[in-house]
Design a protein around this ligand. Structure first.
Ligand code: GLC
Length: 499
């Protein structure tokens, strides 16, 4: 299980209302207690914060709001001491417009780094092509100083790097080496499918209209670039891993980014973010992932992250659904990703218009983590950069740790069960017949098997499973024996019963 930390909102230790690296280090004991195998830390590099760290002006330094390089070293070492691996969030497709590379590039048409970014003349109609940026508007900005347009698939403050230029490849490889030498275990690679581009930058077909480029860009040049990244990462001792964000809608297209075992180790599977809480939809998603990824591409599962509404909010807010979703996420075949606070059953914060700060409207899920029940919730200030999530007086680490019935303990138990069951860790998955409201599947290896049943409906339902079964975990803490029925919203893991 990989736990995503959004450092601005994890824990502040300085009193400026923004979380920092020392805050993460201070809570490694909590992450170990929970059962986290690895953390992925969203970007903490120097950044003007137009996209809250996804616009980087120095890849090899820590932004002062988060601390120093020494804090990063302490975090990495502390995590390793706690048995937790550390993945950094590497953003190869674009830099900040304040990065010295771009400052040089835009200074003149003859600048030494002019070609490190995409500069083009406009057409009579305006922009050099018809691509649209992810946060709206054209993917091009005109620069008066040199009379050309530059490409940015996100904000104008995030110019796209030209990976067709070997100097760029070399410079970005140096960034990877810088952090691998500091002993990180790998990278979550931001929108990695965007890095290869046809230098002609052809228009996208008119029938795609104003669909933004990020969800459709799929250029064969990217694969060679990823293979080089993989070779670099593999050249380091120990097990290092790269997980790519490939924001394509089609799982068979995402499959190609695993290559022949020589590209990404894993790619995000975002289907669950758009899957309603209905058994039929989940059966379909599991079927698609199994079919399209096949045997050689290891799946990933995610219900919440820093770019989307938290699943508790998305799925209607109920405690029962959040608990059942935890059972589902942690029993599917593949690596689950947990977004900080998901284990507390958090919902999105309600952010008033005057407090909104994100250009992509994603503030709600990025609310700070409440650690205690006190008014400051364990932060040094009552008023962090975003408002607290709802019910922070009850949904906080202190309260939930003290309550064995809290969802936090369910997550912890599920993680423990998963660790000790080969079937859950790496067994096959087979969908089983079940009543319409129930998602049922078997996980199995030669020596081990588990059956998972999730009642996505609102009434009790009987489910027949051949053989004798015991409950290992139920999402309903009042249930400890398998009697052939699932309560409304209940999910269970079953193991073969004693004969
Ligand atoms: C990814 C990140 C998102 C960011 C974007 C641009 O999708 O997850 O937060 O805004 O890339 O870097």
């Amino acid at each position: 299980m990989i736990y995503q930390i959004y450092p601005r909102s994890f824990l502040d230790t300085t009193g400026d209302g923004v979380g920092d690296l020392a805050g993460i280090t201070a809570r490694l004991d909590y992450l170990r207690w929970l059962g986290v195998d690895a953390i992925w830390v969203s970007p903490f590099f120097r950044s003007p914060m137009a996209d809250f760290g996804y616009d980087i002006s120095d890849y090899c330094d820590v932004d002062p709001v988060f601390g120093t390089l020494a804090d990063a070293d302490r975090l990495i070492a502390g995590a390793h001491d706690a048995g937790i691996r550390v993945l950094l969030d590497w953003v190869p497709n674009h830099t900040s417009d304040q990065h010295p590379w771009f400052v040089d590039s835009r200074s003149s048409r003859r600048a030494s780094k002019r070609d490190w970014y995409y500069w083009r003349d406009g057409r009579r109609s305006g922009t050099p092509n018809n691509w649209r940026a992810a946060f709206g508007g054209p993917a091009w900005t005109f620069d008066d100083a040199t009379g050309q347009w530059y490409l940015h698939l996100f904000l104008p403050q995030q110019p796209d790097l030209n990976w067709g230029n070997r100097e760029v490849v070399h410079a970005m490889h140096e960034v990877l080496r810088f952090w691998l030498d500091r002993d990180v275990d790998g990278f979550r690679i931001d929108v990695v499918h965007l890095i290869g581009k046809d230098p002609a930058l052809p228009d996208q077909p008119a029938e795609l209209g104003s669909v933004d480029r990020v969800g459709i860009h799929d250029d064969p040049r990217t694969h060679g670039l990823i293979r080089e990244i993989r070779r670099l990462v593999d050249s380091y001792p120990g097990e290092r891993v790269i997980v790519g964000e490939v924001n394509l809608h089609d799982t068979s297209a995402i499959r190609t980014y695993y290559g022949a075992g020589d590209e990404l180790h894993m790619a995000f599977n975002f289907l669950p973010l758009a899957t309603p809480w209905a058994a039929g939809d989940w059966r379909q998603v599991i079927g698609v992932v199994e079919r399209d990824l096949g045997r050689d591409a290891w799946p990933t599962w995610v219900l919440s992250n820093h770019d989307s509404r938290r699943h508790r909010t998305r799925l209607g807010g109920s405690e029962a659904v959040s608990r059942a979703a935890a059972v589902l996420l942690l029993t599917l075949r593949g690596t689950p990703f947990l977004f900080q606070g998901e284990e507390l059953g958090l919902e999105d914060a309600v952010v008033s218009p005057e407090r909104r700060v994100d250009p992509g409207g994603r503030d709600g899920c990025r609310a700070p983590i409440p650690w205690t029940a006190t008014p400051t919730h364990g932060w040094p200030t009552v008023d962090p950069w975003l408002p607290w999530p709802p019910h922070a007086e009850a949904r906080n680490v202190q309260r939930e740790r003290a309550d064995p019935g809290a969802i936090l303990h369910l997550y912890r138990r599920l993680l423990a069960v998963r660790r000790t069951s080969p079937a859950l860790r790496h067994g096959d998955i087979t969908l089983l017949d079940a009543p319409a409201a129930v998602l049922a599947f078997r996980r199995s290896t030669h020596e081990d098997q588990r059956v998972v049943l999730v009642n996505l409906g609102e009434t009790e339902v009987e489910v027949h499973v051949d053989g004798r079964w015991d409950i290992v975990v139920s999402s309903d803490s009042a249930v400890d024996r398998w009697d052939g029925a699932l309560r409304a919203g209940e999910a269970v893991i079953l193991q073969p019963g004693a004969a």
